[in-house]
Design a protein around this ligand. Structure first.
Ligand SMILES: Cc1ncc(COP(=O)(O)O)c(C=O)c1O
Length: 307
């Protein structure tokens, strides 16, 4: 077996991830329990859904004999950072295609600087090209320019493909019999797709999209169809908590996040995790859950990644 294939032995993830119960009056008053599923503790460089989504792709890349990973992201992408780290740890070369050619001549922000320090080659493309990156002709041109003559293993934006959704099955399985309702922040929807399938009806999942647009239900369904053959599990989206869109914040979200850190000693990632917990707490305060319900919020990433 190629050394790269044994991703678990090489990276030693902490699995299953721990579950912490927190005491919070906003939940206790409604007779519901709140658990935090600490996926952020799985691995320091591949936290949370990054591990669950990347591990199957890394195995597939190694099995296909590919030495170079190519993937996509915005200037603050957690996925780009995790892919760069995985490349460093496992010996893959990595190429990150970054949205926004206006960034090319500027100093790298800390997130992209970390990617570069981990050996990732950054390729900046215009927003127009980036939007069309999945079109075969555009992708072929990008590959040709970024890695001429090289057979790259291409991982989509956010790391979400069928393999990634299947990698998130384990998240749902770890929560079966532990929680009745599981909350997760959604970007591309891959984590929710696998989580809901892994719960397999033993609990329901609520996804809180962090982007505006109302397109995500279709994405989650198509990821589930690609990974599992059909829509599966009991899941829904609550679109009220994106706070204006990706990486946008509201005074309410900031106040919630600061208060949560003060109450529980846990700083939340403001781009994703805080929006899910803000949504879940609001639902609890709206008495959306019957007394006796156990809720779990998935802490999908570290709390220091705000742009
Ligand atoms: C910390 C964090 N939480 C949640 C998500 C959303 O995951 P998905 O894109 O699978 O919906 C991401 C993005 O990958 C993320 O970085």
């Amino acid at each position: 077996m190629s050394p790269y294939l044994d991703v678990e032995s090489a990276l030693r993830p902490r699995l299953p991830s721990p579950v912490w119960e927190v005491r919070d009056g906003r939940f206790a008053r409604r007779g519901v329990r709140l658990l935090l599923k600490r996926d952020d503790l799985i691995h320091p460089d591949l936290p949370g859904n990054k591990w669950r989504k990347l591990a199957p792709n890394l195995r597939a890349a190694a099995a296909a004999g590919r030495r170079t990973l190519l993937t996509f992201g915005g200037a603050y992408s957690n996925h780009l950072r995790a892919t760069a780290a995985a490349g460093r740890l496992l010996g893959f070369a990595t190429i990150g295609v970054v949205r926004g050619d206006e960034l090319a001549g500027r100093p790298l922000n800390p997130s992209l600087a970390q990617c570069a320090a981990d050996g990732m080659r950054l390729v900046f493309v215009s927003r127009g090209t980036y939007r069309r990156k999945a079109e075969p002709a555009v992708l072929a041109e990008l590959l040709d320019a970024a890695a001429p003559g090289e057979e790259c293993f291409v991982i989509p934006e956010g790391g979400s493909n069928a393999a990634a959704a299947a990698g998130c099955l384990s998240l749902g399985r770890e929560l079966r019999g532990v929680a009745d309702v599981v909350a997760v922040a959604c970007g591309t929807g891959g984590t929710l797709a696998g989580l809901a399938a892994g719960l397999a009806g033993a609990g329901s999942a609520i996804g809180f999209p962090v982007l505006r647009g109302g397109f995500l239900a279709d994405e989650v369904e198509s990821l589930q169809r690609a990974a599992f053959g059909s829509r599966c599990g009991d899941w829904r989206l609550d679109e009220r908590f994106h706070c204006g869109g990706y990486a946008k914040r509201s005074a309410g979200l900031d106040a919630f996040t600061d208060d949560f850190a003060a109450r529980h000693g846990l700083p939340l990632d403001r781009v994703y995790v805080a929006k899910a917990l803000y949504g879940l707490t609001t639902l609890a305060e709206e008495s959306a859950f019957p007394r006796g319900t156990t809720l779990a919020a998935v802490i999908t990433g570290h709390g220091d990644t705000a742009p």
